[in-house]
Design a protein around this ligand. Structure first.
Ligand code: ATP
Length: 677
C-alpha cells in the first residue's frame, strides 16, 4: 500500500475500502525508514505534539480532497478549498509531482515564492535590520556532527512511536486514534500439521458489526509471520489458543487501519543522516540540521567579536531545517523539509543583573513590558519577546484574535528551560475543545533556555563560551559580603544542577562540585555564560496561516441573476505576493498600452508589479483578487486626457471592497510604498 500525505490527509486510506480513483490520487510513495532504537532518553526531550489528520485522496485535476468513509467536517472543507486554490494559482505544489510526489516535501510556485520571500524579508527587517541589539548569520546546513552530539539531538531527538504487531506500520504514540469495539485476545497458536507452536500474546480489536472470523484470520497471519509459509495453506489451519474477549472503549492500543495490537512506545530518530566525503562509514556520518539554532550557538563568540555587540544582544538566522517527521500532516504544517526563522537573544543571568543593578526589574504579568531596560531579567525578556512576536504577526495581518497561546507546564518543559510560550494560529484543521473553542496549532515557540546551549558547547568543544563583563566585576567588588555570598551560592547551585543533569558517565560528584565552584568564582571576577531567549518560528507554517487567514469567498450575483462565488485572498499588503496590478483599459489602443507599460516600469524597481492586458477588466480584477493583489491601477481614456483635468491620473481599485479612486501617476509610487512597507 502506498503511504503518504498531502493537504493534511493521509493517503494510506485505501484500506478504508474506497480504493484510489482510477489514476487520480497522489501517491507520495515514501515510507519512513526502518529506524527504531531501544535507547530510552529522558522524557523531556521528546516533542509532544498533536493535531488531527484525516484519511482521504487528492484529485490532481481539481486539487480537491475526497474523504474516506467519514462525514466531511466544515473545517477540512476549508482546507480542501485552500489546497485547491494553492495548486490552481501557483502558491504551493507537491514536490516531485510528476513522479507521484514525495511525502512531506512541498514546492512554492510563483505566487508562493513571492509570499515566502516577503515573509522572510519582513522577519529579517524586524528582527535584524531595524534593531541595534541584533546581528544576522547564515550558516551551513551540514555542520560538524559533534554539534548534534552536544545539543542532544543525536541521542534524543526523537518521537515516541508504536508499531502495529501485524503490519509493522508505525504511528506516533500521541496520535493513535481511539477506537471502540470488542477485543479478541489469544495466548498463542499451534500447527497440527507440523507441530509448530507459539506462546506469544496477541490481540485484535473488532469493530461493531464485523465478523469475529476476520479477527481470527488476522491472528493466524500474525502467528504465522516469519515461521510458516504464507503461500501454503498451513497458516490458515493454525489453531488459536486461549481466546478471550473484552469490551474496549476509546482504546489507543490498536492500529487505526489494521485494528491489530500496537507495540509499546519506542523512540524514532528524526534527523536525516548523510555521509561527507567519498567513504560511507561511521566516521563520515553527518546530519542535515534539524534546526537553525545550533549554528548560532556555535558561532556565538565569532559574532560577538566581529559585530561589536555586547550582551544583551541577539543573533538571528533564516534557513532550511530537516526533520524525518513520522507523519507529515496538515498540508505544509508538518513537513520534512521546511524553513525556520530563529533568534537567539543572549541575556545576562539574573545573578548578574542583581549584582550590577541591585535587583531584577519586575514587569506586569501580561502585555508588552515596553522598551528593554538594563535591569531586565529573563522573565521580562521572555515576555518582551512573546509580545514583540505578536506585534509582528499583527503587523502582517494576523489579528490577536486569530492567535492562541500555550504556556508550557512544568511537566512539558525541557529540564533546562525556565519557560516556553507557544504562539498558536487557529488553522482550519485545529481541534476544538469540549466547549467548541479552538486554541490553535504552533506557529512559533518562545523559550527561555537558561545557559544550557552555550554550556553544552563549551563542555563538548572545550572552547570557552562565557563572556567577561567589566560592569559586573566592578559592581561585585562593591557588594556587601552577604550579597556576594548569596549571589555566589545561587549561581553555584544553578551550575551544579545543570552539570549534574548533563554529567558524562565518568564524571564524579566531586568533579561537578569543583567545576560549579570555578564557575561561581568566575562570576565574582566578571565572567558568566549568557542565558538565552529563543523566539523560533516556522516560515512554512506562517505561510499556511497567512493563506488560511486571507482566504475569503465573495458571492456575487450578475445582472441576469446568476450567482457565482469568487475567491479573494485578503493578504496584508506587506506580505501580498503582487503589490499592484497594472492594466490598460483596452489592449488594442496603443496609447493606453504605452502609458500602462510606462506606469509598470515606473513602479517595477520598487515593488512586485503584474502587468495584465488580456480579458475584460472585470476578469483581470478577479484574477488579481485570487492572487491577493491589494491594489490595481487602470489606465483609461481619462489618463490620456479625455477629461483634461484627469490627464496622467489612473483609476486605483482596492481589492477588499472594490472601491475606486483617482490618483496622479506622479504620486502613485509613494502612495503604494506607504501601504506596502
Ligand atoms: P511541533 O511540536 O509542532 O513539532 P516543535 O516544538 O518541535 O514543533 P520547534 O523545534 O520549536 O518546533 O521549531 C520551531 C518552529 O519550527 C515551530 O514553531 C514550527 O513553526 C517550525 N517547525 C517545526 N517542525 C516543523 C515541521 N515539521 N514542518 C514545518 N515547520 C516546522
Amino acid at each position: 500500500m502506498t503511504r503518504g500525505w498531502a493537504g493534511g490527509i493521509s493517503l494510506t486510506a485505501w484500506s478504508c475500502g474506497t480504493g484510489p480513483p482510477s489514476g487520480a490520487a497522489y501517491a507520495f510513495g515514501i515510507d519512513f525508514p526502518e529506524q527504531l532504537t531501544n535507547t530510552n532518553p529522558p522524557n523531556q526531550w521528546f516533542r509532544v505534539r498533536g493535531s488531527a489528520g484525516r484519511m482521504g485522496t487528492l484529485n490532481p485535476e481539481t486539487g480537491n480532497w475526497k474523504y474516506n468513509n467519514m462525514a466531511e467536517p466544515k473545517e477540512n472543507l476549508q482546507m480542501e478549498k485552500i489546497v485547491s486554490l494553492c495548486k490552481r494559482r501557483g502558491f504551493v505544489f507537491p514536490s516531485s509531482e510528476i513522479y507521484g510526489g514525495i511525502n512531506g516535501f512541498w514546492d512554492y510556485g510563483p505566487l508562493g515564492a513571492e509570499l515566502k520571500r516577503n515573509v522572510k524579508d519582513l522577519w529579517w527587517n524586524a528582527m535584524i535590520r531595524q534593531r541595534e541589539d541584533t546581528a544576522g548569520l547564515e550558516a551551513t546546513i551540514i555542520m560538524s556532527p559533534a554539534i548534534w552530539k552536544a545539543s542532544g539531538h543525536v541521542d534524543t531527538f526523537a518521537d515516541m512511536m508504536r508499531e502495529c504487531l501485524l503490519t509493522k506500520k508505525r504511528v506516533r504514540a500521541d496520535q493513535v486514534e481511539p477506537q471502540s469495539g470488542t477485543v479478541y485476545r489469544w495466548t498463542g497458536a499451534e500447527s497440527k500439521t507440523s507441530g509448530w507452536k507459539s506462546t506469544k500474546n496477541f490481540a485484535v480489536l473488532l469493530r461493531k458489526g464485523e465478523n469475529p472470523e476476520s479477527a481470527r484470520k488476522k491472528a493466524r497471519e500474525f502467528y504465522a509471520q516469519g515461521s510458516i509459509d504464507l503461500a501454503t495453506d498451513e497458516w490458515t489451519q493454525l489453531v488459536l489458543n486461549g481466546e478471550s474477549t473484552a469490551t474496549a472503549t476509546d482504546s489507543i492500543d490498536f492500529h487505526p487501519e489494521s485494528c491489530a495490537e500496537l507495540s509499546e512506545a519506542r523512540p524514532f530518530k528524526l534527523m536525516f543522516k548523510t555521509y561527507v566525503g567519498p567513504v560511507e562509514s561511521e566516521d563520515s556520518v553527518a546530519y542535515l540540521r534539524p534546526e537553525t539554532a545550533q549554528a548560532i550557538f556555535v558561532q556565538f563568540k565569532n559574532v560577538l567579536e566581529t559585530s561589536r555587540q555586547k550582551v544583551p544582544f541577539g543573533i538571528g538566522q533564516i534557513g532550511k531545517a530537516f526533520r524525518n517527521e513520522v507523519t507529515p500532516r496538515n498540508y505544509t504544517f508538518r513537513s520534512r523539509e521546511f524553513e525556520q526563522m530563529e533568534m537567539e537573544f543572549f541575556i545576562q543571568p539574573d545573578e548578574v543583573i542583581e549584582a550590577i543593578y541591585g535587583s531584577v526589574a519586575t514587569v506586569p504579568a501580561t502585555g508588552h513590558p515596553g522598551e528593554p531596560q538594563p535591569n531586565w531579567g529573563w522573565q521580562a525578556w521572555h515576555q518582551y519577546w512573546v509580545e514583540e512576536r505578536v506585534r509582528f504577526y499583527e503587523g502582517i495581518g494576523l489579528a490577536r484574535t486569530t492567535l492562541g497561546f500555550h504556556r508550557q507546564t512544568p511537566e512539558e518543559l525541557a529540564h533546562y528551560a525556565r519557560a516556553c510560550t507557544d504562539i498558536l494560529y487557529q488553522f482550519p484543521f485545529s481541534k476544538k475543545d469540549a466547549d467548541g473553542n479552538v486554541a490553535g496549532d504552533e506557529l512559533e515557540g518562545i523559550a527561555a533556555r537558561s545557559d544550557f546551549d552555550l554550556s553544552q558547547h563549551q563542555r563538548f568543544s572545550g572552547k570557552p563560551m562565557g563572556v567577561f563583563d567589566e560592569a559586573l566585576r566592578t559592581a561585585w567588588g562593591k557588594l556587601p559580603k552577604e550579597k556576594q555570598d548569596d549571589l555566589w551560592k545561587r549561581y553555584y547551585e544553578n551550575r551544579k544542577k545543570y552539570l549534574t543533569k548533563m554529567a558524562k558517565p565518568d564524571e564524579t560528584p566531586e568533579q561537578i562540585q569543583k567545576q560549579a565552584t570555578e564557575d561561581a568564582n568566575g562570576l565574582a571576577k566578571g565572567q558568566y555564560i549568557p542565558h538565552v531567549i529563543e523566539p523560533s518560528a516556522g516560515v512554512d507554517r506562517l505561510i499556511l496561516a497567512l493563506l488560511a487567514n486571507a482566504y475569503t469567498e465573495v458571492a456575487k450575483t450578475d445582472a441576469k441573476g446568476r450567482s457565482e462565488t469568487n475567491v479573494v485572498m485578503k493578504f496584508h499588503p506587506r506580505v501580498a505576493p503582487i503589490k499592484v496590478g497594472v492594466m490598460p483599459l483596452l489592449k488594442n489602443k496603443p496609447e493606453l498600452v504605452q502609458k500602462a507599460l510606462a506606469v509598470r516600469d515606473l513602479l517595477r524597481p520598487w515593488m512586485n508589479v503584474y502587468y495584465d492586458e488580456t480579458g475584460s477588466i472585470g476578469r483581470r480584477y478577479a484574477r488579481q483578487d485570487e492572487a491577493g493583489t491589494p491594489f490595481c491601477v487602470t489606465i483609461d481614456f481619462d489618463s490620456l486626457g479625455e477629461k483634461p483635468e484627469l490627464l496622467d491620473t489612473v483609476t486605483l481599485r482596492y481589492r477588499d471592497d472594490g472601491r475606486q479612486e483617482r490618483l496622479k501617476i506622479s504620486e502613485l509610487r509613494d502612495w503604494l510604498l506607504a501601504k506596502i512597507r
